[in-house]
Design a protein around this ligand. Structure first.
Ligand SMILES: [Zn+2]
Length: 256
């Protein structure tokens, strides 16, 4: 089973139809989808909800929470609307700010995996002023959260680009931290070769902590999947390791 652990709802007409057609073509069974709004050229929680209600067997909703604006009541609301996980990006303080603890506590209690954007952020909407800081999304802030909420499944997106050591060291040491290897074909992944991944994922069980996802428009998904399948072959991953990365671990985090 292949699960795209990190995908988005592009703000285009009939986007989910195009996405699912591409999933069919590529043999991707399910996608964890979120909408982060206009700042990223994406739809919102309402769009995502409509999509997973229409395709409950294929799309898993990750609700977007803006840390610093939204409160813990939204976690319950999203859960009751059928969202299975949460997505965080662009917090107004560091990710581990105590004001956000009630949100993480509810996510932990409800068993909702938390996908954190980590590292330098790319936005699409230009010409406005924003209170955004990539430094607040350094992977190491997830370390505080992992200790405070040991049953919360934490996914550190993009391996913390460019703080890869930080992200993967935490995935090695902390049971509840995972990394995803998402990155656009022309983005940070372009310059990373097999040796880079070998150096970071050297420990026993490393590939139980790595999740596969796309984080690109569906038109770039074929290239993304082909690139990553080649990477897994070049790394010499066993069939079981490859299946874990491509979906089995994410299925476990979602209790599927
Ligand atoms: Zn993303």
């Amino acid at each position: 089973m292949i699960i795209d652990a990190h995908t988005h709802y592009w703000d285009e007409r009939h986007y989910p139809d195009g996405l699912l057609a591409e999933y069919d073509r590529l043999g991707i069974d399910m996608g964890c989808i979120s909408g982060l709004g206009a700042l990223f050229g994406l739809g919102d929680n309402g769009d995502v909800e409509e999509a997973f209600r229409r395709h409950p067997d294929r799309l898993v909703g990750f609700g977007y929470i803006r840390l610093g604006r939204d409160d813990a009541a939204l976690v319950d609301e999203l859960f009751n609307r059928g969202f299975k996980g949460l997505k965080f990006t662009c917090p107004l303080e560091n990710y581990d700010h105590k004001a956000y603890y009630p949100i993480y506590a509810r996510a932990e209690e409800l068993g909702m995996p938390a996908l954190f954007h980590s590292g330098i952020v790319t936005t699409r909407e230009k010409g406005r002023r924003w209170d955004i800081s990539s430094a607040r999304m350094r992977p190491v802030f997830l370390d505080t959260i992992a200790h405070a909420f040991p049953s919360l499944h934490i996914i550190c997106a993009h391996m913390g680009v460019p703080w890869y050591d930080e992200a993967t060291t935490m995935a090695r040491i902390l049971d509840n931290i995972y990394v995803d290897i998402t990155g656009a074909p022309q983005g940070w992944r372009l310059q990373k070769d097999v040796a880079f991944f070998q150096e970071l994922f050297y420990w026993e069980g490393a590939y139980d902590k790595v999740l596969w996802g796309t984080d690109v428009h569906y038109r770039d998904m074929a290239a993304t999947l082909a690139r990553d399948r080649k990477l897994f072959r070049d790394l010499g991953l066993s069939e079981e390791q490859t299946e874990n990365v491509l979906g089995r671990m994410m299925a476990r985090l979602l209790s599927l």
